[in-house]
Design a binder for this molecule. Structure first.
Ligand code: NAD
Length: 272
């Protein structure tokens, strides 16, 4: 493995990353593997891309397998976790990353669009977190690998706070994650389970291609980012490794905005 800041930080730990065959999920899976974790690369479509991620990790001396599940489907989530336990024995780190957008003006949004985005982005995080917590509690503490009983990191968005016209289902799903992590952290802190979220700003991935793939849209997007550039998925990966490690052992119930300052109301630099 190439030398990096996080070498060995997650040695011996078992991680599951949902939606890990694309974008931010792929970068997180690779970062966790570099830090020494064995990684489940979850996918729901494009199994070949999941296998590419697995091969890249295994070729670099890491350890990974690909497992199918639609995170919004209770039965499939249950089966995915059972298969993970058959291979890796347990779970130490869950990264709830899978997410979708189905955009529409408010008055045109269908119930199906509303329900699908809430099901994947919010209910999917609940279902995976519940399986992980059940296993943390069943297994008990292994202080040789981690000070916490288990770690859950939910990938949210700056739109857990910033309203987003035309995307009400997405913004509501992300706002829901804020209360999911805080309530879980409060409830499960006494059992030493840590629950945090990362809220990315604009990161170059397939989900938001339309926001940066022409000079005009990229320029409009950059107006919203004080730091003056779009983010890279690897920058979310680094935050995820830190949050999964003992380096952040006193951190729970917190949201980290990795957004180049998007949350700083950049319109007020010249207006207001
Ligand atoms: P992406 O479209 O590249 O990746 C999304 C992943 O989720 C894909 O692997 C997809 O197959 C998977 N997925 C979708 N539905 C699923 C389901 N039902 N079950 C399992 N997997 C499913 O987009 P991304 O940018 O990598 O997004 C990852 C996460 O980051 C999402 O939660 C997204 O909301 C969040 N996010 C992204 C940005 C950004 O700028 N890219 C900003 C803020 C938040």
């Amino acid at each position: 493995m190439p030398q990096n800041l996080f070498n060995g930080l997650l040695a011996g730990q078992k991680a599951l990353v949902t939606g890990a065959n694309s974008g931010i999920g792929t970068a997180i899976a690779k970062s966790l593997a570099k830090a020494g974790a064995s990684v489940v690369v979850n996918f729901v479509t494009e199994e070949d891309k999941a296998e590419e991620v697995v091969n890249a990790i295994n070729t670099n001396g890491g350890e990974a397998i690909a497992l199918y599940a639609d995170v919004s489907n209770e039965e499939q989530v249950h089966i995915m976790f059972r298969k993970m336990f058959e291979t890796y024995g347990t779970i130490d780190i869950l990264i709830n990353n899978a997410g979708i957008q189905q955009d529409a003006p408010f008055q045109d949004m269908t119930l199906a669009q509303w329900n699908r985005v809430l099901s994947v982005n919010l209910t999917g995080q609940f279902l995976c977190a519940r399986e992980a917590v059940r296993e943390f509690l069943r297994r008990g503490q292994n202080t040789q690998t981690s000070s916490a009983l288990g770690k859950i990191i939910c990938i949210s968005s700056v739109h857990d706070t910033i309203p987003w016209a035309g995307h009400v289902n997405y913004a509501v799903s992300k706002a829901g994650i804020s209360m999911l992590i805080k309530t879980m952290a409060q409830e499960l802190g006494p059992q030493h389970i840590r629950v945090n979220s990362i809220s990315p700003g604009a990161i170059k991935t397939p989900i938001n291609t339309a926001a940066w793939n022409t000079p005009e849209t990229e320029d409009a997007l950059l107006q919203l980012i004080p730091y003056g550039r779009i983010g890279h998925a690897e920058e979310i990966g680094k935050m995820a490794v830190w949050l999964a490690s003992d380096e952040s052992d006193y951190v729970t119930g917190a949201t980290f905005y990795v957004d180049g300052g998007m949350m700083l109301y950049p319109g007020f630099r010249t207006g207001g």
